[in-house]
Design a protein. Structure first.
Length: 127
């Protein structure tokens, strides 16, 4: 059984290598001289580019990333509203960010669960 799985894996790897060779892996794409696109032009990646380090920064985020991260561990963070907010708060807290749930877990905004999921509800809390 293991031999069959190993052979299937080898065949898949070989097919991927052949496919990547056909897609222009390793070739640099350039804008044509007749069309100026600026420094932040995003080219569609070749299939082989998906596996390269820096893929996201090079192909998806180029021109969209701020020059410096918008928040750092010293930034005071409060996430409002949903299970996503609770999960991102826990994640940021584990990374050492200054979250309101760690800073003062007894304040109302740190204990509230769902409900603060729109601009109007958030504005009312601040008022």
């Amino acid at each position: 059984m293991e031999t069959r799985v190993s052979a299937e894996n080898d065949e898949l790897k070989d097919r991927l290598r052949r496919s990547l060779r056909r897609t222009g892996e390793g070739k640099t794409k350039h804008a044509g001289a007749s069309f100026h696109r600026g420094d932040t032009v995003n080219f569609n990646p070749n299939q082989g580019d998906f596996l390269k380090p820096g893929f996201l920064e090079t192909y998806l985020l180029k021109g969209w990333m701020p020059p410096t991260p918008p928040i750092a561990p010293g930034t005071r963070v409060t996430a409002f509203g949903s299970c996503f907010a609770a999960n991102i708060t826990r994640h940021l807290s584990k990374l050492g960010f200054d979250t309101s749930s760690e800073r003062d877990p007894d304040i109302y905004i740190s204990r509230i669960g769902d409900g603060l999921v729109n601009v109007h509800a958030l504005a009312e809390q601040f008022e």
